[in-house]
Design a protein around this ligand. Structure first.
Ligand code: XMP
Length: 537
């Protein structure tokens, strides 16, 4: 999965904004550090509008050059009444474009335009209701005057005096100016978060802003993206050769198929098999890419090398670093064998390249050093081809379907670069990998049979380094325990436990203990993230 802590090098943005957006209308989202800023972009993209998220520190010139049709100011953790709190760049107001301020965005807009924001008296968190006191272009056709509508709030400050030109159009218990409008300048502000699903009509409000207020056509579709991206890859690569590290995961797979459609045999994929994949995965990768898509594919079985290097290693970080290092070594060997290439393709996604603002203003702590297969170091001296760098995960899946890729690959749960090694706490051996593969297979089979696969972000088994006593038939067993993990999530950054029925879990436990030699006990991990992480190591 895309992870901001990954060490993947980030290439510069496309030469011009026009190029990135393929000539479509653009909306600029300025980020003030809210946890949910990415959701604004997702909602806009869902309604066919191309948008980008930039930090609030973006320069006036950069904003002007982007030529947006409108600007959205996100929420954020600061208070406008604190000394050094962030402000919207002056260009936001000088460009005379429509502006929508959300939560902190509304507050800073009001503070900058002459209104007043009050701190800390009326906190509202979670579900709240706004009463619609007047009509405006933002609520047109969605919320009628007089209605009481559910929204999601998360604020301590609130606007108490409007700048000149604004009028109130909605009020909540904690915010007398929960929705405001300046019709002549096309400035709007909401105290609540329309981008989260807990504001049921939020997407429709955002659509009103982008389509009705800003005049966006909403023609940014996957079909259009595919055609434009193919043209862009051809222009970038010319007659050059491209190599792509294939992991079997959604991102590198979709990138490979798209690039192949653009340049055919100029692309070679390298699949480094570290022997830590799930059951049947390698076979599926080979069948899909070689047989079905006719892509040139080098398969290097390096399982002896990886498992040999992991012998005696128990520390999770050492495991991750060992696998990452070997992956690069093997990849380099294979690419040298085929005579090198001019370009390296990567399945980098938009969340990797967003220059997000950390809530604390400082760099975030490294919890785990993520290793992305395909995330190769810059010193390989190849230019990068990153056709997915403007897309979110769900958009990558939509593109994969558009390209005719099988659901088994496109809809697949994320799988970490270091593979099953980080699902085997303690030393990794080939035997343990085989035991875990079988348990994992049973768990996923039952999930698929129950029709739950798509409702779950990630589900897998973990082989624990503990042996426990059991009884089977008339005999005593003394075997390993395994844990099952299944979570829901939208981006892997936070996660909730999937609430299986106990009957389902019992069925899985029964099958694993009966069918998988070496496991005699099954536990279900009920830790959310935070405080847990999704993987165990
Ligand atoms: P954690 O365990 O940090 O995982 O909660 C969040 C998401 O990232 C995936 N993950 C990885 N993906 N290389 C990857 O490509 C890695 O090294 C890696 N480690 C964790 C994890 O499966 C989950 O989706």
């Amino acid at each position: 999965m895309a992870d901001p802590t990954a060490t993947t090098p980030v290439t510069p943005a496309p030469a011009s904004a026009q190029e990135a957006a393929g000539g479509h209308d653009r909306i600029l989202i300025l980020d003030f550090g809210s946890q949910v800023t990415q959701l604004i972009a997702r909602r806009l993209r869902e309604s066919g509008v191309y948008c980008e998220i930039w930090p609030f520190t973006a320069s006036d010139d950069r904003i002007r050059d982007f030529q947006p049709r409108g600007i959205i100011l996100s929420g954020g953790p600061a208070s406008v009444n604190e000394g050094e709190s962030p402000r919207a760049p002056q260009a936001v107001f000088d460009l005379k474009l429509p502006v929508l301020g959300i939560c902190y965005g509304q507050q800073t807009m009001c503070a900058q335009l002459g209104g007043l924001v009050e701190s800390g008296h009326h906190r509202e968190f979670g579900r709240a209701f706004v009463e619609i006191t007047d009509g405006c272009a933002l609520t047109q056709g969605v919320w009628e005057k007089g209605a009481r509508e559910q929204v999601w709030m998360s604020h301590g400050d609130r606007v108490t005096r409007l700048p000149e030109g604004f009028r109130p159009v909605g009020v909540s218990e904690g915010a007398p100016l929960a929705i405001i409008a300046d019709d002549s300048r096309h400035y709007y502000g909401v105290q609540f978060h329309p981008e989260v699903v807990h504001t049921p009509h939020g997407a429709a409000l955002l659509r009103n802003f982008t389509h009705a207020v800003c005049g966006c056509k909403g023609d940014w579709t996957m079909g259009a993206f595919r055609a434009e991206e193919i043209a862009r890859i051809r222009a970038q690569v010319g007659a050059g050769r491209v190599i792509c590290g294939l992991s079997g995961g959604v991102d590198s797979s979709v990138a490979a198929v798209l690039i192949h459609e653009a340049i055919g045999d100029q692309l070679t994929c390298i699949y480094v098999d570290h022997g830590l994949m799930r059951a049947g995965e390698t076979e599926q990768v080979l069948a899909t890419f070689r047989d079905r898509f006719n892509i040139k594919l080098v398969h290097r079985d390096a399982s002896d090398l990886f498992l040999g290097a992991l012998k005696g290693v128990t520390d999770p970080e050492v495991k991750r670093k060992t696998i990452g290092r070997l992956f690069i070594e093997v990849f380099e060997e294979e690419q040298a064998k085929i005579g090198g290439a001019d370009f390296l393709a990567q399945g980098t996604l938009y969340p990797d390249v967003i220059e997000s603002v950390s809530a604390t203003g400082g760099p975030s702590v490294t919890i785990k050093s993520h290793h992305n297969v395909g995330g190769l170091p810059e010193n390989m001296r190849m230019k990068l081809v990153e056709p997915l760098r403007e897309l979110f995960k769900d958009e990558v899946r939509a593109l994969g379907r558009e390209l005719g890729m099988p659901e088994a690959i496109v809809g697949r749960h994320p799988f970490p670069g270091p593979g099953l090694a980080i699902r085997i706490p303690g030393e990794v051996t080939r035997e343990k990998v085989q035991i875990l593969q079988q348990a994992d297979l049973v768990f996923l089979e039952e999930i698929r049979n129950a029709g739950l696969y798509d409702a779950i972000w990630q589900a897998f088994a973990v082989l624990l380094p503990v042996r426990t006593v059991g009884v089977m038939g008339d005999g005593r067993t003394y075997d390993q325990a395994c844990a099952l993990r299944a979570v829901t999530s939208t981006d892997g950054m936070t996660a909730d436990v999937y609430p299986f029925e106990i009957a389902f879990l019992s069925r899985v436990a029964n099958r694993i203990v009966n069918e998988v030699r070496g496991i005699n006990r099954v536990a279900y991990d009920v830790t959310s993230k935070p405080p847990g992480t999704i993987e165990w190591e």
